[in-house]
Write a protein of this length. Structure first.
Lengths: 544, 236
């Protein structure tokens, strides 16, 4: 029974990426070209992540083994895998365990709550293993390439692999505990999104802080590895025991580490099993809001559609955090530039010293365009109509108006923060006319292109049978293709400049002209996509 | 008011609706009955312009849904069998959204919302998010949203499912009111007693084909609708 439930959950988790469903239609077989593209895309992600993590580990491996604290290398692998599993899985626990739409259906069946929970955890643990592999695989490859594997006993190598199996269990226990806290708070709070939003922002802040400090931390780890290792040995003893188990082939240490990983998981599983029904069927403690008649705000049909999109977005903090990260970053950037621009200028000065042709005005336009690439708000919006698609299809509105309302939603959510950041850039830096124009027009042109690209991919990969609204946002093919497709496009444009245009006679002086050409290119692509969306795309939407 | 002419819809090789022809005059209520999977919902969704069809045509107040879907939808209201509504909106905001789309004036929408929300006893819950509604409350909210623009044609898929006895009685009253002001109702149901008592016309569908269509008395004669239905369907 548990395996049957797990298979359903695993299929639901991954179906969002591969399957294509329309109403009443058989699932279409995915085009071989799409499969090849997916393969290339996965290879790119794996390669990029593996290379980045591997480069970090390569420096650490040498430093730690040479300093005689080889165990700290493995301890650090464990700590990082544990942290990544928590960050990656924490919100999946909330959506897959506590807020899953089929909880009530399953509870009505002759299945023990503990079995339902186990089925859900099996699916989650697979995701956790993927996150753990992002750290473990490059760490192992570095060990093999650098030759330091020779310092590791055979038993230690085996324990390293076993550790990979156990670390995600403890991370899942922490994720479940946090998810349980959020679920508990949600049953008592009217706006159920607040706990999730607060937690998400806290994690996002921690992530940005960690990322901004990464180089300093890396240098510190290399320079003061032995002292930090000593601190870890005393403070994070499961990590120390994992490190020594692998480095020295110490089985006793591995047993201690295993208990530290498995015991919290078993305890969490027991506690959740006995409170699963209450947690998943709670929500009656909230006071009812009584309706008092007041004047209703009247809008036109197109504005009503836009407001509907924005209200949906606002009701889903995870939608914002996953699909509008660029907007959040743009708002933070605008805040810094308005309040304390010196912080940013201090960081930019070394860069300006390195690049003699560095121009802050054009850099602002490029940075803002890079931020908008992180947004894919429009891409999941078609799939997010879900079972409510009948509403817009039965109303007297053109399909093109529905699709364009999604484009406008993307433009609003991305454009306003970008415009604010552009204003802040103009205030903070000295810019000439062209630079000011580019600071606004280049990112907005890129935003328009991405918004329309999202709708195009959304029409190509619609999926309405999701169990949780996070599925189309986090695992939808439309989101992945939009986000990474636009990133790749911007990357290609940057490469064309770096390897081609900048080496011409005009050289780096031609950056302004090149950015104007990029703006025209974005607008031309947008025009093509717009013609598709209001024409063939709208007909496709009508047939969904 | 509603003219369905040789409507045909296929999924792959299977014709789920096969040359169905139905006429409903203004002021009439027509029940649409058939077994599960007979083609009722596909026909209804085609009438409302939700799904495209392969051949035939549908006219609402003499306008073709193929040629002028927006004008047809302006005159129509549709309620599905399972009212999946926007759960992130409070009930009143959902109704206001529908009123915005139909371009209903502020005072008119306010008055109609008051009237129908009072009738269906939903006024006190309008500030609540739809996610907090029971199935019956969602059904009532969908009904109010369908009535907000005073449609000429109401198309309802299993409208009595989930309604409490008072809600069902009020819905019947509203259906009569729509017909009294010159509108028409086309609804599917499995409750044959309700169809027999409420409807002027009946259409019976089996395997995508219409096997009976006409005035209620004409179709059932001296028998009950239930016995005629099972006889036509070939069930014992």
């Amino acid at each position: 029974m548990i395996w049957t439930l797990a298979k359903i959950n695993i299929r639901a988790l991954f179906a969002g990426v591969f399957s294509r469903y329309g109403s009443k239609r058989k699932a279409k077989k995915t085009n071989p070209i799409i499969i090849i593209l997916i393969g290339l895309f996965v290879a790119y992600i794996v390669g990029a992540l593996g290379f980045t993590v591997g480069m970090v580990f390569y420096q650490l491996c040498q430093a730690f083994f040479d300093a005689g604290v080889g165990w700290f290398y493995f301890a650090l692998v464990g700590i990082l895998a544990f942290a990544l599993c928590i960050i990656g899985g924490i919100f999946m626990v909330q959506s897959q365990v506590f807020s899953a739409r089929d909880n009530t259906l399953l509870l009505s069946m002759p299945i023990k709550p503990s079995a339902i929970l186990a089925g859900r955890l099996c699916a989650l643990i697979i995701i956790e293993y993927v996150y753990a592999a992002i750290i473990f695989v490059p760490a192992l490859v570095v060990l093999l390439i650098s030759g330091y594997i020779a310092y590791v006993p055979v038993l230690g190598a085996a324990l390293f692999l076993l550790g990979f199996l156990f670390i995600p269990l403890a991370a899942l226990a922490v994720g479940c505990f946090v998810g349980w806290l959020v679920a508990l708070m949600s049953t008592r709070i009217r706006n159920k999104n607040i706990p999730t939003l607060v937690l998400s922002l806290a994690l996002l802040g921690a992530y940005f802080w960690f990322y901004s400090q990464m180089m300093n931390n890396l240098n510190m780890l290399i320079a003061e590895g032995a002292q930090i290792a000593e601190a870890v040995r005393r403070a994070v003893f499961p990590a120390y025991h994992f490190g020594t188990a692998v480095a020295d082939g110490n089985f006793l240490s591995f047993l201690i580490f295993t208990v530290c990983m498995v015991a919290p998981f078993l305890l969490m599983y027991y506690l959740l099993s006995i409170s699963f029904v209450k947690l998943t069927t709670g929500g009656r403690g909230v006071k009812k809001i009584v309706y008092k008649e007041k004047a209703l705000q009247v809008s036109g049909a197109k504005m009503a559609l836009l407001k509907r999109e924005l209200m949906y977005l606002w009701s889903q903090p995870m939608y914002i955090l996953n699909a509008a990260l660029g907007s959040i970053a743009a708002l933070i950037l605008a805040g810094i530039l308005f309040i304390h621009p010196r912080i940013l200028l201090d960081h930019l000065e070394p860069l300006a010293a390195l690049l003699p042709d560095f121009d802050i005005g054009f850099a602002a336009a490029i940075v803002l365009s890079a931020l908008t690439v992180m947004n894919a708000v429009s891409a999941p919006s078609i799939s997010l109509e879900g079972k409510k698609l009948w509403i817009v299809k039965s109303l007297p509105i053109n399909a093109s108006d529905v699709l364009l309302s999604k484009v406008w939603m993307h433009m609003t959510v991305s454009g306003i923060p970008l415009a604010l950041a552009a204003i802040a850039s103009v205030v903070a830096f000295r810019m000439d006319g062209l630079q000011i124009a580019l600071a606004f027009i280049l990112p907005l042109a890129a935003t328009l292109m991405i918004a329309l690209l999202g709708i195009t991919f959304g029409l190509a990969f619609p999926r309405f049978d999701w169990i949780n609204p996070l599925q189309p946002v986090k695992q939808g093919m439309a989101v992945m293709l939009t986000m990474f497709g636009s990133m790749a496009l911007v990357g290609v444009l940057a490469l064309v400049f770096a390897l081609g245009v900048s080496r011409t006679q005009a050289g780096a002086q031609s950056l302004g002209a090149y950015l104007v050409a990029c703006t025209i290119f974005f607008l031309a692509v947008s025009a093509g996509l717009y013609i598709y969306v209001v024409g063939a795309g709208s007909r496709k939407f009508e047939s969904l | 008011m509603l003219r369905i002419e040789k409507l045909t819809k296929a999924y792959g090789d299977k014709r789920v609706v096969d040359e169905v022809t139905i006429n409903i005059a203004p002021g009439k209520i027509c029940a649409f009955i058939g077994h599960n999977g007979a083609g009722k919902t596909t026909t209804i969704k085609s009438v409302c312009g939700i799904i495209p069809f392969d051949s035939g045509d549908i006219y609402i107040d003499n306008l073709s849904i193929k040629e002028d879907p927006i004008s047809c939808k302006m005159k129509t209201a549709y309620i599905p069998d399972n009212p999946d509504l926007y759960e992130f909106l409070p009930g009143i905001k959902y109704l206001n959204f529908i009123a915005d789309v139909y371009g209903i004036a502020a005072d008119v929408r306010q008055e109609r919302i008051r009237k129908y929300a009072d009738l269906f006893e939903l006024t006190g819950d309008l500030a609540q998010p739809v996610s907090a509604y029971s199935h019956g409350m969602k059904q009532k909210l969908a009904l109010i949203s369908a009535l907000i623009h005073e449609p000429k044609l109401m198309v309802l898929d299993e409208p009595f499912v989930g309604l409490d006895p008072k809600g069902a009685r009020d819905l019947k009253q509203v259906m009569r009111e729509v017909c009294d002001r010159g509108g028409a109702i086309f609804f599917s149901t499995h409750i044959l007693e309700v169809a027999e008592k409420l409807c002027d016309r009946v259409a019976i569908i089996k395997g995508g084909k219409l096997i009976a269509c006409g005035g209620m008395e004409e179709v059932k004669g001296d028998s009950s609708l239930e016995s005629v239905f099972f006889e036509l369907e070939g069930d014992k």
